[in-house]
Write a protein that binds this ligand. Sequence first.
Ligand code: GLU
Length: 486
Amino acid sequence: MNVRLRYAPSPTGHLHIGGARTALFNYLFAKHAGGTFILRIEDTDIERNVDRAAEEFAANLRWLGISWDEGAFVGGDYGPYVCTKRLDIYKEYVEKLLAQGLAYRCYCSAEELQQERETQLQTGSMVQYSGSCSHLTEEQRRAFEDEGRTPVIRFRVPSHTVSFNDMIRGTLSFESSSVGGDFVIVKSNGIPAYNFACTVDDHLMQISHVIRGEEHISNTPRQLYIYEAFGWEPPIFGHVSLILGEDGKKLSKRDESIVQFIEQYREMGYLPDALFNFLALLGWSPGGKEEILTKQQLIESFEFDRVSKSGAFFDSVRLAWMNGHYLKEMSAEDLSVLVEPYIRSYVEGKEWFTKEWLIEFTSLFKDKITCLSEIPAIGLMFLVDQVAPDEEAKSSLSLPHVADLLQVFIEQARVVDEWTPDGMKALVKAVQTASNVKGKDLFMPLRAAITGQLHGPDLNRSLVLLGKERVIKRAQTTLAQFIHIE
Ligand code: GLU
């Protein structure tokens, strides 16, 4: 079998973690089987389309490391890959159904349909389209047209059951009554409805497997009836379970306690490889205990029978842990390039800001963060000119020997030529000798004066990173502002 899978987002918003997971499963399935992965933009719901959303989807998929062999923005032999560019194609197939009486024009107005629904609800009968336009005569049709009514086109649903063998759920069967009566395949604006466009596209694009969210199960019988009407072989379907919030309920897009859009993770400084890894394990497991898997390992081990039937919990703590792991694994040099935008507003135009500085800064913090946007806060002491000591630091500075100690430190620091780790070792030693203070009494006040805190990275490395000028200035300011010499 020629394995061809597609991800078919509607460009109505941002790439959601659920959508990204669907894209990823399709991608992994296709790559595992040596097949083709396709991106199709399903923009038939034109009122809901958002400007540039398709471009944004594409950019975020690419950022995540999900590339497509064929489809929107890249082309291919089965294009166009954007539904609204395929209207002529759909038309041809709608005509076929109309000609065979498998579809018909319906002139019912929205008000009439609403009325019909209300009556059905009141009488306790099944809510579905009654089929009042299903057998119109030519004259009746003309009369409606003369009234200025614009028709929709409905698919004539046969009365038999349809079933399919879902890759995750086994055999699923649907009574014809479950689809709500003859359903609309072309809306009154002339644009096909999702179920019709999707079926025609999946067939013409020779899609072999459709992996999508569980919320589409109810669309599948409609699509199967359409396949049947054309005499086409349907693809193999797999409906992936929902993503659940920490409360075990379906993740609502409005739940702000969980960050849900890929763009937001990108802005927060999550690494694409970490998200890729995390999303792959959201409802699928490779079998073993290993949680950190490269893209290549994921492709190799993506056996679809390990996709879970039950909902997958979105564990943001696990994601943060995983991202922290990927951050640690990166070299400081590579990571520094990603760190730079997060600190740009502090370092722009500073004479001490160099590539080497950035790498050293990155290496001091890369093991201590879960995402890059934490960097400015955790590394603030190196980014600003002056630091105000926190309460702990202030109490360390209030010890009686500190004024002399800082004076000695400033004198000794001024004469240091080599502002290097070794130079700092020698400096601290010299201060110790000259002041006769050592151990905690020496290090704590120095750290408090220079960094404003008693905790932080290695003191010598901190001094080097801050540079001679800032170190001396900070010691002087501390002396002047926070130490009361009696
Ligand atoms: N456009 C649909 C969506 O965004 C895709 C449905 C499908 O994969 O068939 O949910």
